[in-house]
Design a protein around this ligand. Structure first.
Ligand code: GDP
Ligand code: MN
Length: 418
């Protein structure tokens, strides 16, 4: 059972790190566009993809006080640093020349933050915005609460910093409000929220208005998460409340009706292998070990990882090829597994209920030939068209260790990769 817990935790962490599952993240400048569409206050600004464009935007904004913000899908950019040594992904600047110079230093480089992983994220654009004076910084997020199955609005009078930090140091500053589907966000709740942000009394009406519109975006755009940090009380603007930063996530299940939002997907921010996997309907997550696994069904994938661990091995990945696997998807799966040079052996564990053993065998054989696989392969096939699958493997003349039972198969692959 211990191994199960380890495998489960490892998988959970990887799924979280990969962020590929069921959720689309968009860049801050795209989120700002949505905010503007709904009439929510956010500083004026535009994204630049070339240094000169950053200069032009800065000139167009017509202010000296500006902020240049690296567009990479990660949080904590302000406190991050670049692979070049440059500090911070959020810079306060005073001229268009500085905007151009910073864009040159940020674009195409990688931004490393507490949340990005050691490799960091590539900077796809820089967002050049007017610098707005903030009197007070608060925090607001809207998400689906799994327990109550309702939307939840979380707010705090202490914004601009990591919400986990606030939760640890000053939990009383955090307030939670649930919103029922039938009622929606009532004027009364919006008012209560606006009062818990720590703003001055004059800003409360604008805050309630902003929260109401944010909830409207959440509903209409099938968002899974909206996080505004900071939500600031500002001076010298048409509105007294502005979103200075916005992180939006969207539910993949609704992608079919959110064309605009999904057209904003930035593949450069995602793990290349995971993008390939998703295209073939493979559920692929990299892990730390050296045994590549090809399995069908998430449950069997977990069990396979456990059994490998039980015999002292360490899985290199989690790969669920699902029920619809064809010889082509199996070959893609092999490519993905082998793109990791740590892999010393491959364990194929297929229970052919919907997926057919002969398809798996065909994919296995053609992948082994086409990709000149040099590491040992252990295959345990069971189920539909098993005999046909076995025959294909035997006739191929390839050295594939075939097993009927899981335990001896796992033992074999661990032995071969030790
Ligand atoms: P994050 O570090 O990825 O969360 O990036 P943010 O967009 O939140 O920027 C970091 C910090 O810079 C914010 O918490 C604000 O305090 C500050 N900041 C960003 N934009 C502005 C702005 O237009 N005006 C002012 N006064 N502060 C800003
Ligand atoms: Mn922020």
């Amino acid at each position: 059972m211990l191994s199960r817990t380890i495998a489960a935790n490892q998988l959970k962490n990887s799924l979280r790190a990969s962020k590929q599952i069921r959720n689309l993240s968009i860049h801050e400048y795209r989120s700002a566009e949505l905010l503007r569409q709904y009439g929510v206050g956010t500083p004026a600004g535009e994204a630049a993809f070339e240094p000169q464009q950053a200069y032009d935007i800065a000139k167009k904004l017509g202010h000296d006080a500006l902020v240049v913000k690296a567009q990479a899908l990660t949080g904590g950019r302000g406190k991050g640093h670049f692979d070049t040594g440059l500090k911070s992904g959020v810079h306060m600047i005073e001229s268009a020349e500085q905007a151009r110079d910073l864009a040159k230093q940020m674009l195409k480089h990688r931004l490393i933050t507490k949340q990005s992983g050691a490799k960091g994220k590539p900077v796809s654009a820089v967002y050049v915005v007017e610098r707005v004076n903030a009197k007070h910084e608060a925090y607001l997020s809207i998400l689906m609460d799994r327990q109550s199955k309702k939307a939840m609005i979380i707010c705090s009078s202490e914004g601009g910093m990591n919400i986990e930090e606030v939760a640890a140091k000053n939990p009383d500053a955090i307030k939670k409000f649930t919103v029922t589907e039938s009622e929606g966000l009532t004027a009364e709740t919006a008012k209560q929220i606006s009062k818990s942000l720590g703003f001055s009394a004059e800003a409360e009406a604008d805050a309630a208005d902003a929260v109401t519109k944010l909830y409207k975006i959440f509903k209409e755009k099938d968002a899974s998460q909206i996080e505004i940090n900071p939500l600031s009380e500002v001076e010298g603007q048409d509105t007294k409340v502005m979103c200075m930063d916005a992180k939006f996530g969207f539910d993949d299940n609704a992608s079919f009706r959110q064309e605009e939002v999904y057209s904003w997907r930035d593949l450069s921010q995602e793990d290349a292998d995971e993008v390939v996997a998703k295209k073939s309907d493979l559920n692929f997550v990299k892990l730390q070990g050296n045994i590549g696994c090809l399995v069908n069904g998430a449950g069997l994938a977990m069990a396979t990882m456990d059994v490998i661990k039980l015999y002292g091995g360490d899985p290199a990945n989690f790969l669920d090829c699902g029920g619809g696997a064809t010889p082509e998807t199996i070959e893609t799966a092999f490519k993905l597994i082998l793109s990791n040079e740590k892999v010393d052996g491959i364990f194929v564990n297929i229970f052919g209920g919907i997926v057919r053993c002969d398809f798996v065998a065909q994919g296995l054989v053609s992948a082994t030939k086409n990709l000149a696989v040099s590491v040992p392969i252990v295959a345990r096939l069971q189920g539909t068209n098993l005999e046909e699958g076995r025959r294909i493997i035997e006739e191929s003349g390839l050295k594939i260790y075939s097993f009927d039972e899981l335990d001896p198969a796992a033992q074999k692959v661990v032995e071969l990769t030790r």
